[in-house]
Write a protein that binds this ligand. Structure first.
Ligand code: ZN
Length: 441
């Protein structure tokens, strides 16, 4: 295995991801409705998605699957004929899940139904109202503040009707039935980082993993509306897939050019948590589990307690345009998406590498590395000061020392300070020259 191949930012992937993100951006998604179906149809052009429908009204762990919501148009017409908050101009102008209305009213009766952000006065906020009948608009605070007094015509053309919540999933089979779950959410309208960046990263990861021969684990990709959609998936798979989950990641907000953030699973000590901590070593942050955030809350509910963490950059909400119209495709670039894909791919590949345990073929003493052309022939001072040589030799000695069948590659990466990709690559070299043997764990 050549670790250059797996660590490099692949510009083609980044461009592909950004193109897909731009295509998905205009769609008005919600918990259930035509926007979600359209999103899954487009994703289905790139990976073989199977679609599951969960009928409206279905009880899911005490929650109720909502009706499908179809937004067709909305705007406010002011006393002077000017129009505001036109849904045709931006999906975020309409409160997601808003009921229909067609009425005239005074400005003061309208204002409580208009949401804005006084501390980000030029941006439209993202507001939802899923489970209680409500209507509302979202406006930049500057526009809201300048609405003249008088009579307003308020029109919202939306429909709630029984249908189904839909989620999509795709699998890549491996040698074992144990699964790695990649989960991301498809309920946000017209925002790029939250969470189309996660959606396109999952789609690209599928394609990259599809090219890996001899996968050990089976990979499952779930694209579901956040919270209720994920609970639907958990309910439908509780006795089948869920017991087979070996590890997983929720992908969220991976499009900002900022530090990575890994939030540990509720258990905190699982293999994916150890891998997350390894990869955050240089500049990333590790967060303990806490029960707010994205779908790790459902996977980490006590009845499931699954080994699934959250990867983002940085943590959802810890960036300036979160849940606003400022979260545009222009802010999320192909190279950043490509580097997010690289990180997630390397984390997943760490599970693959760590599925092997290595043992010395002859564990007595240190092997004579120069005999295998693995060690410099002259023992000179510069060999200790040439960083890369020194680090590689040290990593190799750690690997040879800990290849005892008890330690895994994560242990060896932790001890040596090398990345697990480097350790896996060194292990392959030592395997080739016969100094190590290996078994599936
Ligand atoms: Zn969000």
């Amino acid at each position: 295995m050549n670790d250059n191949d797996i660590q490099q930012t692949d510009a083609d992937y980044g461009t592909w991801m950004h193109d897909l993100l731009v295509r998905l951006y205009p769609i008005c998604r919600s918990l259930a409705g035509p926007g979600n179906r359209e999103t899954l149809t487009i994703l289905g052009e790139h990976l073989p998605l199977s679609i599951t429908e969960v009928p409206s009204g279905t009880d899911v762990f005490g929650w109720t699957v909502p009706d499908e919501w179809t937004p067709r148009g909305a705007e406010i017409t002011g006393p002077n004929g000017s129009q505001y908050a036109r849904f045709a101009d931006h999906n975020l102008h309409l409160v997601n899940g808003s009921r229909a209305i067609d009425e005239e009213m005074d400005r003061d009766d309208l204002l409580p139904h208009i949401y804005s952000l006084p501390d980000q006065p030029d941006l439209i906020p993202y507001v939802t109202s899923y489970y209680h009948p409500h209507w509302g608009f979202c406006l930049p605070d500057t526009v809201k503040a300048a609405l003249p007094p008088g009579r307003y015509k308020v029109r919202i053309d939306t429909e709630h009707k029984p249908g189904a919540l839909v989620y999509g999933e795709a699998t890549l089979p491996g040698a074992v039935k144990d699964e790695v779950l990649i989960s991301t959410y498809i309920c946000h309208p017209s925002m790029a980082n939250d969470n189309l960046s996660g959606v396109v990263t999952a789609a690209a990861l599928y394609r990259r993993l599809a090219d890996i021969k001899d996968r050990h684990y089976t990979y499952r990709f779930v694209f579901a509306p956040e919270t209720i959609g994920t609970m639907c998936w958990l309910m439908n798979n509780e006795s089948t897939v869920v017991p087979r989950i070996h590890a997983g990641l929720v992908l969220s907000c991976l499009g900002e050019d900022d530090r990575f953030s890994y939030k540990q699973s509720r258990r905190g000590d699982t293999e994916i948590d150890r891998i997350g901590r390894l990869w955050m070593h240089k500049g990333g942050e590790v967060l303990e589990f806490f029960p707010t955030g994205s779908d790790e809350r459902q996977y980490g509910s006590p009845g499931f307690n699954l080994p699934i963490g959250l990867i983002s950059r940085p943590y959802p909400g810890e960036w300036p345009y979160y849940h606003t119209s400022g979260d545009t495709p222009e802010r999320v670039t192909g190279p950043v998406l490509g580097s997010s894909l690289d990180l997630v791919f390397n984390m997943v590949m760490s599970l693959e590498w760590n599925a092997w345990t290595y043992q010395r073929t002859d564990p007595r003493g240190e092997p004579m590395l120069s005999k295998h052309d693995l060690y410099h022939r002259q023992h000179a001072r510069e060999h200790y000061t040439a960083d890369s040589l020194w680090q590689e030799r040290t990593a190799m000695l750690w690997l040879l020392n800990l290849a005892d069948g008890d330690h895994d590659l994560i242990d060896i990466a932790e001890k040596s300070g090398a990345t697990i990709a480097e350790i896996a690559s060194l292990a392959e070299r030592l395997l080739e020259v016969g100094l190590l043997s290996r078994n599936r764990r």
